[in-house]
Design a protein around this ligand. Structure first.
Ligand code: URA
Ligand code: SF4
Length: 226
């Protein structure tokens, strides 16, 4: 069966070991055109974890998440929400850049459901090794990966959602396989806040309003940290 699961080594205990394994993932076709796998990074003991969509052009070149314009905006918003940007962990629902070539330009394409599903085992594996108090879900793709297809960011953004129940956390997030041997870990109690993706702020007609909305949603997440 396609998907990332078979690329996750049974004995990978740490995020670094997962990241190393993910360099060789061929769980969907996106590895073919992208430059490299872009895994999560940051403080592995972070109480706040962010889940974005997929790496962009800059992330694909540098191999690091959120190093481009959207990442810059996100870090500023995090700071403006009163959160220390040094104590977060950042990852994406999909770990390879999906794009369409137009001449020499690589135009971002949103991942399809098949890519989100294929890549989800990496996200599950990351969560099994992190211990956040609150997860910030950035945009529709991350929401699909974590909350299922019925969730609407526009309707439920900025609300502190108990996780698992009210967020309809998928079953495999309740008891996450630590490895392929069937060992499972109970995911820590946590909460979750969905908001718009920082790229949507960059594209908004009124960027100031969109930015303020993002910051105010992040302030909701920050309340869990105090
Ligand atoms: N957008 C994302 O969702 N993730 C990144 O890493 C960069 C841009
Ligand atoms: Fe593997 Fe995810 Fe990359 Fe697809 S997008 S090849 S599942 S890491």
């Amino acid at each position: 069966a396609p998907g990332a699961q078979k690329f996750i080594p049974p004995q990978a205990d740490t995020i670094d070991q997962l990241r190393a394994a993910a360099t060789g993932c061929r769980g969907c076709e996106l590895y073919r055109d992208a430059s490299q796998t872009v895994f999560g990074r940051g403080d592995e003991t972070a109480r706040l974890v962010f889940v974005g969509e997929q790496p962009g052009d800059m992330e694909d070149r540098q191999g690091l998440p959120f190093v481009g314009p959207a990442g810059r905006l996100l870090r500023k918003a995090v700071d403006d929400a009163g959160i220390d940007p040094g104590h977060i962990y950042l990852t994406n629902a999909v770990k390879h850049f999906r794009f369409e070539l137009r001449g020499k330009r690589r135009i971002h394409q949103s991942p399809d459901r098949v890519h989100i599903t294929a890549c989800r085992p990496w996200l599950v594996a990351e969560f099994a090794r992190l211990n956040p108090d609150v997860v910030v879900v950035l945009g529709a793709t991350a929401a699909k990966a974590l909350l299922g297809p019925a969730f609407r960011v526009t309707k439920q953004r900025g609300e502190l959602l108990p996780w698992p129940d009210a967020a309809q956390r998928p079953e495999d997030f309740k008891r996450v396989p630590v490895d392929n041997t069937g060992k499972v870990a109970d995911v820590p109690e946590g909460q979750l806040v969905a908001t718009i993706h920082p790229s949507a702020v960059l594209r908004a007609d009124d960027r100031d309003v969109a930015y303020d909305g993002l910051v105010s949603d992040l302030k909701v997440a920050a309340t869990v940290l105090r």
